[in-house]
Design a protein around this ligand. Sequence first.
Ligand code: FE
Length: 229
Amino acid sequence: MQVRQLFDNQSSTYTYLVWDEASREAAIIDAVIEQVDRDVRLIHQLGLQLRYALETHIHADHITGSGRLREYLGCEIGVHLQAGSECADLELVDGDRVQLGSQHLEVIYTPGHTDTDICLLGDNMVFTGDILLIHGSGRTDFQSGDAARSYDSITGRLFCLPDQTRVYPAHDYNGYTCSTIGEERQFNPRLGGGKSRQEYIRIMESLALDKPKLIDLAVPGNQVCGQNV
Ligand code: FE
């Protein structure tokens, strides 16, 4: 399984292009609408067939490029069932497999940042959306976020993956690009090193973050796959 990490400067979002080398079937994870032309060009240059545009959750900080990618390239859009999306072709649930040639991405339902969070587990790599960030985790104070569920998703569903599994999150604000499950289990300052659920909840409740600038535009926009822009 091949992967390219792409970045949107404005929202600090990582978009991932993942493909099966033999069949050239590809999926894009968390596309950003402003970057669709870049992504389409790269897909063509690499000779890939885009089968799926997947969302790790309904984002609050950028508008998805999935609707436009479907229009241009005919891919199917996949998002978790709980999102109640008006536009998705695939309503994903825990255990679903998104097939790319002979390889696949497995859906792991990991609510906590929102109630629509999924991680996508590939070949020795996991795309964690905003639930698990590098040495951090996604905020839990809006969009049905819940710190206790976040702790359970990360420790119960992700920290049991093999140590060397590469972690690819949807954002980074500190210059990191990639981590591993072993590194996060040991060093994540919020819940690594065996921190308790109570301690994690206390940390998350004390963050006092500003509301994302685009939330009132992005959430409804993403419920229709960015097609109202
Ligand atoms: Fe998010």
